[in-house]
Design a binder for this molecule. Sequence first.
Ligand code: DX5
Ligand code: ZN
Length: 216
Amino acid sequence: MSHLIAPSLLAADFTNLQKDCEMLNESQADWFHIDVMDGVFVPNISFGMPVIKAIKKHSKKTMDVHLMIVDPDRYIKTFKEVGADILTVHYEACTHLHRTLQAIKAEGMLAGVALNPHTSVDLLKDTIQDIDLVCLMSVNPGFGGQSFIENTYQKVRELKSLIQSKNASTKIEIDGGVNSSNAPLLKEAGADVLVAGSFVFKSENPTQTIADLKSI
Ligand code: DX5
Ligand code: ZN
C-alpha cells in the first residue's frame, strides 16, 4: 500500500477552518491530523473538544487525533464522541499504557502511541502487537514549524524491524518538520504515514503540496 498523507490542522487558518477542511476533502490527503495540547505535557495549548467537533462536521476523512496531554484516559470516551477515528497517546504520558490501549479500542477507535525524540522504540517491544499506529515525533512536540531531527530515520528502521520481528501490522507515522526533502527518505526507511503541518498550509498551493507528498 502506498504511504498516507495526514496534514496537521495546527497550521490551518483558524479563522476559516471550514475552508481548509474542504480543501483537504478535495485533496489527496488521507487523514486529518488533529493536535491536542494541554499546556502541561507540552508547553503550549492548542484546542479542544468544540473545535474537533467543528472539524468533524466538515471532514470526509479519517480523524487522526494526537493527544499531547497528561493522563489521557480521562478523555478517551469524549474524543470518540467528538469524532476521533484514531486516538494516539504519548508513551511518556501513560503509566499503564496497555490498559490505555485497550480502553481506546473498546471505544471502537484505532490505538496509537507517540514517542518523543528521546524515547527509544525498544520500549514498545511488549506492546507493539496491541498498537495500530506508532507516531514517531521528529521534533519535540508542542509547536508546528520546527526543524526535522535527523535521528528519526534510524528510529524508523528500528521500529520497522521490531514490527516485522513480532509479525505485527502496526503503521509507522512521522510527525514534525516533514517536507519534500525528507519525505522520500522517510518512506524508504519504512514510514507509512507522513504528517505535515506548515509545509502544507504555509505553501502557496496546499492541494498541490499534498499531491507532491503523495507522489514521492
Ligand atoms: C507538533 C505536532 C505536529 C505539528 C507538525 O507537536 O504534533 O503535528 O503540527 O507541524 P509541522 O509539520 O509544521 O512540523
Ligand atoms: Zn501531531
